[in-house]
Design a protein around this ligand. Structure first.
Ligand SMILES: O=c1ccn([C@@H]2O[C@H](COP(=O)(O)OP(=O)(O)O[C@H]3O[C@H](CO)[C@@H](O)[C@H](O)[C@H]3O)[C@@H](O)[C@H]2O)c(=O)[nH]1
Ligand SMILES: [Mn+2]
Length: 751
């Protein structure tokens, strides 16, 4: 038994934010004044005034959500050194670790391998850990890479533990100059060189296999399962790659490769489906009471992360306060000044800390430790959403909910009744493969509650947010975990297409949640989702909706200039001070946040700019995808993000890395059109074409128009760029056509 806790394993600190709150409120009152002014002068002005009023009402609503979410930020401090004063090493709970990968071309196996190696090497008793890799690509290459990596792990893991290496993903460790180590002994240096050579060899072999294909290996026994299989249509493949047979705490964790059955006739639910298979397979094999999941590119960067997480999971007085532990998504090798505005640092620093002070962070699909029983649908009071009404857990009910596998439901029953894990240890993994295979088939979930009530939930391409929200709707809270150094690091997409595709998927998935029966609105009124937590969810699940007012508002200045109307007070009116103060204070606010997070003015500008670009490209398309889905015309899909970060030391210092790139996708058309429309408007204004009033009376609109052109400057460059740096001619012609249509409409209005 654990010793009684004398000092807490973690503490929660409210963060002081008086100045931030003052700014929040200033902007809020300015917004209200603007709305009031518009309302009072509505009848003297036309359509543009009304449109501006509607857009600004929406922005004010979003601002209220923003202020409410950021109002009470908290931070957590964990004390991992106290953990081992309370628990003996053999008392620490087991953890099943999940890594998902889907496509060896978009997600090079060397990246997955590094993530796996970093997990195998964390500071935690190895006999308490099992690592499951889900490969939705059923790729022999990924399997080959893992087999090779498991051999390297036998050197790497002891090396890391012996010398207390901090960075345990080899590609990161070796990409740095050898820091003046605490240990510069010849012994260390010798081992260092040996391991570095071995890693180089591993990398070379995987790369070679990628280039040359691995036809030779395919004939060996290990690979028979992969011969003649088609992606998207194949039986389950489960392979135990490493097994810690003697259950040694200083050995290597188990490593299991899982490729679930695929059949084009059955929906596979993308990552959510993969996660549910991993949950069941691990349940049947090792059944740890805690589960960690990471994306294939998110390696464990802090070797103590399991201790930190346990401080929160085991150290809460009340389990309900910590249903899961979530670390923010952080990225390595972030490009200078964040040109694509996707490092998310500022988002986590302010909004993330704010949510942490409400019902807790939302589940973001990676870097999350779950209690298995929470994923199994348990309520904090021990109730369960079992098929056929809640009540006593009979075997029959458990089977209806969790499926027909006797082996698996036995382990699920243990978890639900509060017994931890599997009784027999050491496990005999090979004996459990058959049971695991049964629960990884396509048809296993039919008639069960997987994906609807238990596990990762289906119906959104952001299954993570949906799942986390439903957990909180049952009354669980979650906890934010930000150790130093950051717990996990991954790669953020770069270039235009990849970054926007990711944003589009997020906006789509989030809006799917808003319009589903699992909407946080409903959960706030019928279940235990706290009201302000619901507002926090609303802030980001409405991204796609925000594209409409953003697009209208961004088009307004150009429209006004060309149609000879206006949407801003005239310069001589005192009311013009309201929009001016709003503009200044909002930009100051953003600058204040970026500066506070250690960013440059340039990074702040890049983010402001990308915010506008994303809204009228990715979010707008997200909006359309959801409309098409609601109309039953098409299904939403999970497009995997390309992980193109270099894994070879010295590479990746591409000077063009921050440049915006394009492809033939329609996603670039609205933004290009918007830019063209503004260029036309500015030309009209400057040449005084069909304009009887002077430039002065329209100066506000003109300044706004210049501002929009600046925001869309990557597209301006794209008009003239070559190759991937240029907007394809086909997209430009579509945009020109749309811009001319816009011009035609505005001039008809003038007449
Ligand atoms: O059919 C699929 C599709 C994806 N994945 C995996 O899902 C993970 C995330 O995919 P990625 O393309 O990297 O998406 P991101 O936008 O970077 O992911 C973020 O957003 C997703 C949706 O909200 C979450 O699931 C992720 O955890 C979160 O990191 C990767 O490990 C993929 O291999 C699968 O296993 N099967
Ligand atoms: Mn990713």
């Amino acid at each position: 038994m654990a010793k009684p806790i004398s000092s807490p394993l973690h503490e929660k600190f409210p963060q002081k934010n008086t100045f931030h709150r003052a700014l929040d409120l200033t902007i809020f009152f300015l917004l209200l004044s603007l709305l009031a002014y518009r309302l009072l002068s509505l009848k003297n002005n036309g359509f543009t005034w009304l449109l501006a009023f509607l857009c600004e009402s929406w922005f004010t609503f979003i601002w209220i959500l923003n202020v409410s979410t950021k109002w009470n930020p908290v931070s957590y401090k964990t004390y991992p050194e106290r953990l081992l004063q309370c628990y003996r090493v053999d008392e620490l709970p087991p953890v099943d670790m999940f890594v998902t990968t889907a496509d060896p071309m978009l997600e090079p196996p060397i990246i997955t391998v590094n993530t796996v190696l970093s997990l195998l090497a964390v500071d935690y008793p190895a006999n308490k850990l099992s690592c499951y890799v889900s490969d939705d690509g059923a790729s022999p290459l990924t399997f080959y890479a893992l087999l090779e990596a498991s051999k390297f792990a036998k050197l790497w893991v002891p090396f890391c533990k012996k010398y207390g290496i901090q960075t345990r993903a080899p590609f990161r460790y070796f990409s740095r100059e050898l820091l003046p180590s605490h240990d510069n002994s010849t012994e260390f240096l010798q081992e260092y060189r040996k391991i570095m050579d071995e890693y180089e060899e591993l990398r070379r072999r995987i790369e070679h296999a990628t280039l040359k294909s691995i036809s030779h290996e395919l004939s060996t026994a290990d690979f028979v399962a992969f011969s003649n299989i088609k992606k998207g249509s194949h039986p389950t493949i489960i392979k135990v790659i490493l097994e810690n047979k003697e259950s040694r705490s200083d050995g290597l964790p188990h490593l299991v490769y899982v490729s679930r059955e695929k059949d084009p006739k059955h929906p596979h639910h993308y990552k959510a489906g993969a996660m549910n298979v991993l949950t069941r397979v691990s349940g049947a094999m090792t059944n740890a009471p805690f589960m960690l999941n990471v994306d294939c590119d998110m390696y464990a960067n802090n070797p103590q992360i399991f201790h930190h997480a346990m401080c929160l999971l085991l150290g809460s007085k009340n389990e309900q306060d910590c249903g899961f532990v979530q670390s923010p998504q952080c990225f390595y090798d972030g490009l200078k000044d964040d040109p694509f505005g996707n490092q998310l640092v500022v988002l986590y620093k302010y909004l993330g800390s704010g949510i942490a002070g409400l019902q807790g962070p939302t589940y973001i699909g990676t870097g999350c430790f779950h209690r298995r029983k929470v994923i199994y649908g348990l309520w904090p009071d021990g109730r369960m959403e079992i098929k056929g009404r809640s009540g006593k857990l009979t075997d029959e009910r458990i089977q209806k909910t969790f499926g027909n596998s006797k082996e698996f439901t036995k382990t699920a029953a243990r978890i639900l009744s509060g017994l931890s894990g599997i009784s027999h240890c050491p496990y005999d993994l090979l004996n459990r493969v058959e049971a695991a295979q049964e629960v990884a088939t396509c048809s296993y979930e039919y008639g069960t509650s997987w994906g609807t009530k238990i596990g990762c939930l289906y119906g959104s391409t952001t299954e993570d947010v949906l799942t986390g929200m439903r957990i909180q709707a049952r009354g669980w809270k979650s906890t934010d975990c930000r150790p130093d150094p950051p717990a996990f690091l991954g790669c953020a997409p770069s270039g235009g297409p990849a970054a926007l595709t990711q944003q589009k998927r997020w906006a789509t998935g989030l809006l799917e949640i808003l319009f589903s029966k699992n909407s946080p609105f409903i959960a706030a009124f019928t279940a235990k989702l706290q009201f302000r937590q619901c507002l926090a969810y609303l802030w980001f699940i409405s991204w796609a909706l925000r594209s409409i007012p953003e697009l209208c508002y961004l088009a307004l200045p150009a429209y006004c200039i060309m149609a000879g109307s206006h949407f801003l007070p005239k310069v001589q009116e005192p009311a013009v001070l309201i929009p001016i103060s709003l503009f200044v204070s909002y930009n100051f606010y953003t600058l204040f946040e970026y500066y506070g997070a250690g960013f440059s003015i340039r990074a702040c500008w890049n983010n402001l700019r990308m915010g506008r670009i994303t809204a009228v490209t990715a979010w707008l398309f997200g909006f359309f995808s959801v409309i098409l889905k609601l109309l039953g015309l098409s299904e939403t899909v999970f497009e995997v993000t390309k992980k193109d970060q270099s894994t070879t030391p010295g590479e990746g210092s591409d000077k063009d890395a921050g440049r915006f790139t394009f492809d033939g996708s329609l996603i670039f058309v609205p933004a290009t059109t918007l830019l063209l429309v503004h260029l036309m408007a500015l030309v009209t204004a400057l040449l005084g074409l069909f304009d009887h009033v002077g430039i002065e009376s329209r100066i506000g609109e003109i300044i706004c128009s210049v501002w929009v052109v600046l925001c869309f400057s990557p597209f301006l460059k794209g008009l003239f760029g070559k190759g991937k740096y240029g907007i394809p001619t086909s997209s430009i012609s579509k945009s020109v056509a749309l811009a001319l249509l816009f011009l035609a409409c505005t001039t008809t209005v003038r007449k």
